[in-house]
Design a protein around this ligand. Sequence first.
Ligand SMILES: [Zn+2]
Length: 316
Amino acid sequence: MSVKVSRRKIRLGERADGSPYDLHILQYKGSAGPSVFIGVGIHGDELTGVASVWRLIDYLKGKDIRGTITIMPAMNPEGLNYNIRSIPEAGVDLNRLYPGKASGYIAERITAKVWEIARKHDIIIDLHTIGKGIPFVLLDPVTGDLKKRNDELAKATRITVLDELSSEDYEQQNLGASLGGVASKEGIPSLTIELGGSKDIDWDSVDAGYLAVRNVLNYIGVVDGTVTSVKSSVVIRESGYRREDVWSEKGGLIQYVVDLGQKVKAGQTLAKVRDLYGEVLEEVRMPEDGYMVAENSGHVTHTGGPIATIAIRMKK
Ligand SMILES: [Zn+2]
């Protein structure tokens, strides 16, 4: 067996002080087999996946590899430097800027370079964080063989699997320009994995992120090993659910009254919005039966502010 491991930087350009603007890339090339792209941190303040990659690097030491594993641990390096979602010079969401533009502004150059690398792979995995929540796979809306492949890869992760938002909300939020969105258009199987954390490393989710990726590598045979269940985080085992967002009408501070991963009935209170003196202004309720998935990590809200990510049944 011989596995070639390379670590390099791809120069995007330079900063004002002349220091390099680089993208980091770690690649394992083994014998013939499938290629997998693992991207982390296109949102610069989503750090948990970086620690999941640390564990994956440990796991891959000395392992025989059939195929190629490409890891980009900081797809938005300047966002990471400042622990911000975007880049300092713009408030733009880089995960709505694919396929990017190689000669465009810096955010477009980043996504163009990431996409140029990612699209050469058989499978694309994009690691994100959702805030205070349970880890889950988010599946882009695709059909036919691509859907079958995405579904089986998602199942192999052994974490919660949810379909994306309704098609209207998917359009409204421009998710077709996410990495999963462009991968889907190109017919490349892809998994978006949301882990816990926001501007910090959620260590409970690190293990889930690591195992989810490792399980995919084991499942497709790039690395020998058995798919292992995830015990460090809550896993929703029912299938047929999709992601939904819940918003508040009132502004105030949020008190959550359900647990992450808890099954919640339609009409049951998810959270109370209280004013500065503790008076309850609003009880935000579950719109239909489902599960509590993630809290708004800030715990403050305004009219139309995010309260929770939930899972509800997909319409047949
Ligand atoms: Zn993200």
